[in-house]
Design a binder for this molecule. Structure first.
Ligand SMILES: [Zn+2]
Length: 273
């Protein structure tokens, strides 16, 4: 009887262990800091926010034994130099390149099954050329815009190698693993094919990674798209779509560039589940 009971207890704890890891895990990486001289391009006055630093994250989601990279940080050259590097209207710093940081969780780019970028601006797709073995989940409109008319903050040299990668062209929302737990939410306007990422974390609660739908909290509270957005009206429609989605799902919005939020988040190798 004792052996049978012990066996049952063992099976029960095994079942608990298995179900405890059924949902996705989310890793947050520091992929740079931007220091801004001028925030008025974000459609905010100098006094509407005191924030002058933008955090730049990269994320890895592990689910069903597979890995998704969401956003790739600022370019490697910033990490190659220590300290600050000048950029247009400010400066940037990048402590450790994302590929080096992935080693902390025993991953190399070849282990990343899927790569998705909220959009192709330089501070989100900076290392895209290094993830060409992944299946790239790309909105068709984003790709066509980048290699068509182009736009400010888009540098095609940072992701041109994706032409040789397995590109999966998307046309709107997309359920990455097919079980609803990790979903790209089509939110165009900042760029032609901008997308946010929903991750349903069992213990933390569901989160949505905003991409650049919002940069500052005030862009959200005041409903103000930055002046450099490709389409202001479309951005407002996307904001309204995402706010509805947050209400429906109860998910928490993580504004990617929100440094104050980022300071409260634990970075990899810690993960949220
Ligand atoms: Zn950005």
């Amino acid at each position: 009887m004792k052996i049978a009971a012990a066996l049952l207890l063992g099976l029960a704890s095994l079942a608990v262990t298995l179900t405890a890891h059924a949902g996705p895990k989310l890793y947050v990486f520091d992929c740079g800091i931007l220091y801004l001289d001028d925030i008025t391009i974000f459609n905010l006055t100098e006094t509407e926010t005191q924030v002058r630093e933008l955090f730049v994250p990269c994320y890895v989601v592990k689910h069903q034994g597979k890995f998704l990279l969401f956003d790739g940080g600022i370019p490697k050259r910033y990490a190659d130099r220590s300290g600050l590097t000048d950029m247009a209207a400010g400066s940037a710093a990048y402590e450790r390149w994302i590929v080096d940081q992935l080693e902390d969780i025993n991953l190399s780019p070849a282990d990343i099954d899927f790569a998705a970028y909220s959009h192709l601006h330089w501070d989100h797709a900076g290392s895209a050329n290094y993830f060409i073995e992944s299946t790239v989940l790309m909105q068709k409109t984003e790709w066509e815009q980048a290699f068509g008319a182009g736009a400010e903050f888009i540098d095609t040299s940072l992701f041109e190698k994706l032409k040789d990668a397995k590109l999966q062209m998307l046309d709107g929302d997309y359920d990455v693993f097919g079980d609803g737990a990790v979903r790209l939410i089509y939110t165009p306007g900042h760029t032609a094919g901008h997308q946010a990422l929903y991750v349903n974390l069992e213990n933390t609660g569901a989160v949505v990674l905003s991409g650049d739908l919002y940069h500052f909290r005030e862009n959200r509270s005041l409903k103000r798209p930055p002046h450099f957005n490709l389409d202001a009206k479309q951005t407002l429609e996307s904001m309204s779509k995402l706010e509805g989605f947050l209400t429906d799902t109860g998910a928490t919005l993580w504004i990617e560039h929100d440094k104050a939020l980022a300071d409260t988040l634990r970075k990899a190798p810690y993960f949220y589940d």
